[in-house]
Design a protein around this ligand. Structure first.
Ligand code: SF4
Length: 73
């Protein structure tokens, strides 16, 4: 019998309230917190160490449209 599991969302600290976060789910069902700022700004790691407690790039979710990738992404 196949068991379907929802991916466990990572506890990413500040990233969880940031417009630049994208949760990526692998084919094996693991979930990762990706920082979309990393595509255009090397100060930000693509996959920051979690939980993020302080970040100069944090913006509230309403600040950046959800479907809008940063320039250069
Ligand atoms: S900008 Fe900072 S707080 Fe926002 S997703 Fe990237 S690492 Fe997380």
């Amino acid at each position: 019998m196949a068991v379907t599991r929802e991916p466990v969302r990572p506890h990413a600290g500040l990233c969880d309230s940031c417009a630049w976060q994208r949760v990526v789910v692998s084919g094996r069902g693991s979930a990762f917190s990706l920082c979309r700022r990393a595509a255009a700004d090397p100060r930000f790691p693509k996959y920051p160490a979690l939980p993020v407690r302080a970040c100069a790039g944090h913006e509230a979710e309403a600040a950046v449209p959800a479907d809008d990738d940063p320039p250069g992404a």
